[in-house]
Design a protein around this ligand. Structure first.
Ligand SMILES: O=C(O)CCC(=O)C(=O)O
Ligand SMILES: [Fe+2]
Length: 301
């Protein structure tokens, strides 16, 4: 059984050893991949029909898309304008009036005990809001200032996790569709299954770090640790640096995301907004994934 420390140790080892060939290769390969799903536009509020179509095509196919916008006097306007397409804004405990939560290192603020987003620490792979009864469907993160060192974005597909389990840990995969676990942060708590199938599409929630607490039924312990190890292994990730004026839009039901740590003197700043997916464009969105390998009926919920 893998312990928490072994995984964090693995990450730290890679992060401090920046020149590791393996790490470099991952970043180079990620760059090629990321460039395919980066869309350059002027501003979100003036997006053309064809760019919008492209946006949905990329989002549905790759489960995330990076919008590269031209600098704007009020940078958050680009983020807020996405509401029209990705649905109602879902507030976060730390949201500003407009729904945006700022991700930046606040040093020794007491918030750092509850929100990794207010620290410079590693944010292990997760989906957002797993302690919410209704986690956000779409997560948008806008980079206002990137860090010179560290603070790299990481992505793992839920489908990769599913396929890995299907191939290597079939019983654990079935268990993940069967037993719920409870994830709690502060006063928010939700009990749900890590994998859920609805009308042939699968969605995933996951988070495992020292900030949240999890109550894991005995039947899920092994599966939970397998996932934690798989998603936090750098070899299974896309790793890249989000640049200023880029917005990453994620299908929060189909990809897990995280970020590497960065030095405490870096003024890295991201703006994050959560959407519920209910907009006049909802029919253009295909959330969740259809697995290549199908589970047997007994694995369905
Ligand atoms: O800092 C980042 O790049 C991501 C932060 C994040 O995922 C979060 O706060 O939920
Ligand atoms: Fe997140």
């Amino acid at each position: 059984m893998l312990s928490d420390n072994s995984q964090i140790g693995e990450l730290d080892k890679f992060e401090s050893n920046f020149e590791t060939k393996n790490y470099k290769e991952i970043i180079e390969a990620s760059q090629v991949y990321i460039s395919k799903l980066t869309l350059k536009i002027s501003k979100v509020s003036e997006i053309s029909e064809s760019d919008l179509e492209n946006l949905f095509v990329i989002f549905n196919k790759f489960k995330f898309v990076i919008l590269e916008c031209e600098p704007l006097l009020n940078i958050q306007d680009n983020l807020l304008a996405l509401k029209k397409y990705f649905g109602r804004i879902k507030r976060h405990k730390r949201s500003l009036e407009n729904g945006i939560s700022v991700i930046e290192n606040l040093g020794n603020s007491p918030l750092s005990n509850t929100y990794l987003a207010t620290t410079n620490q590693t944010h292990l792979m997760h989906t957002d809001g797993p302690f919410e009864i209704e986690p956000p469907k779409i997560v948008a993160m806008q980079c206002e200032r990137s860090s010179k060192e560290g603070g790299l974005s990481q992505i793992v597909y839920a489908e990769s996790v599913y396929e890995y389990l299907m191939k290597n840990h079939f019983q654990e995969l079935v268990d993940l569709f069967t037993y719920p676990l409870t994830i709690t942060r502060d006063h928010q708590t939700a009990t749900q299954k890590i994998f859920v199938e609805q009308e042939g599409r699968i969605s995933m929630i996951f988070r495992a770090d020292s900030i949240i607490s999890t109550t894991i039924p005995l039947q899920l312990e092994k599966a939970f640790n397998i996932i934690k190890h798989y998603v936090n292994c750098l070899n299974n990730q896309l790793i890249f640096k989000l640049q200023a004026n880029q917005i990453i839009l994620l299908d929060n039901t189909s990809v897990l995301h995280g970020r590497t740590s960065f030095p405490c003197n870096e003024a890295r700043k991201l703006n994050r907004l959560w959407f519920d997916g209910n907009s006049e464009y909802s029919h253009h969105l295909q959330l969740g994934f259809i697995p290549r390998s199908k589970l047997l009926n007994n694995g369905r919920n």
